[in-house]
Design a protein around this ligand. Sequence first.
Ligand SMILES: Cc1ncc(COP(=O)(O)O)c(C=O)c1O
Length: 426
Amino acid sequence: MATTLPPDEMPTHWYNIQADLPEPVPPPKDPDEGPSRLKALPEMLISECLRQESTTERWVTIPEEILELYAQAGRPRPLIRARRLEKVLGTPAKLYYKAEFYSPTGSHKVNTALAQAWYAKREGYERLATETGAGQWGTALAYAASLVGLKTTIYWVRAVYDWKAERRAFMRLYGAEVHASPSKETKVGRALLKQNPRHPGSLGIAVSEGLEDARSDERAIYCLGSVLNHVLLHQTIIGLETKRQFELLGEDPDVLVSSLGGGSNFGGFTLPFLADAIHGKDLRFIAAQSETAPNLQGEYRYDFADHAELTPMLKMYTLGHKKEMKPIKGDGLRYHGCAPVLSLLRHLGYIDTVAYPVDEKHVFTRARQFIQAEGFLPAPESAYSVACAIDEAERCKEAGEAKTIAFNISGHGFMDMPGYAEVLGL
Ligand SMILES: Cc1ncc(COP(=O)(O)O)c(C=O)c1O
């Protein structure tokens, strides 16, 4: 059973958790040595996004034109009760999933891509440069840029670029220039290729390349697909819709689950509910991660957001910005750090985490259970959310608990079949 929202119930504001945090998010800072990254921030980010980074207004108006773009991209999206899956599992738990996979490019990433591209166009830029891991963010930005009339250059982690030929073509269909990262296009990329011509790349490296590219062209601006406050802010459209849908159902989730790489879909889905937890409501939040990048089990300290140390330092849970992590099929989760807002909430005890083995067998087996019961194909990253929700439902079965578990399916896996095939031997 799917709960849709009438179009006139689509949220008109994004929710900013900074207004409700028990203590402020530690601000970005400069390293002890080298040029000031903080002073360079206005050259790195779209002005409106930079303003949104530190605003403490609780509700940020979504411009009318972005609301129209959201509607065109199929928002609001359904919340679906997984009745068939519940039956197969024989669990007393109720399972609900938010269908972010109903997206023109395949994932939740369009929610911030449309906003960033629209603001960039309004500020007079002609081109966007960015990183991508899974390829979902790159496609979303290429799509959004195409709709508002901008060019895009994408630096795509080579370990994924190499096996997702269809998504590569998809981005180019939108008119984007796509480079495997590390690439020969930037100083950062060339230096790494010199050390290893087949360097698999990482999100941290691709971020450095995107930043270097945009900063060398005054008509271009860099866009980031996760981690920063403004990205999570745009993504709260997911959780706000979900909250309203639960109200319409007369239900209340007990547990909220989602996958976490840099934190954008987890944050977007949970932040409106985390506000209730801060105000005393008994809710559990679980971030599903990979053992290749269990950043929420790292250290809570200042670190760079990119490999080449071009960004200011952010206070976050981190594995270290130079950490080498083995590529996986859900490679969008392979990032060294977690969004500062979520890191603070983890530090304060609001967020639990689970990290799944690098062979991904458990995760993809759970995704197969979901596919066979519910019919939808989750993206490899979203399969972590599915696996975690099913594991929780199994625990409820053992304990005889009728909890309500809500999970976010951040994207579809239509272009990721070689990943499923390899892991499951299809
Ligand atoms: C479909 C999908 N889900 C989740 C993620 C993880 O990123 P984030 O933590 O920013 O949601 C990615 C990243 O590429 C993705 O493509």
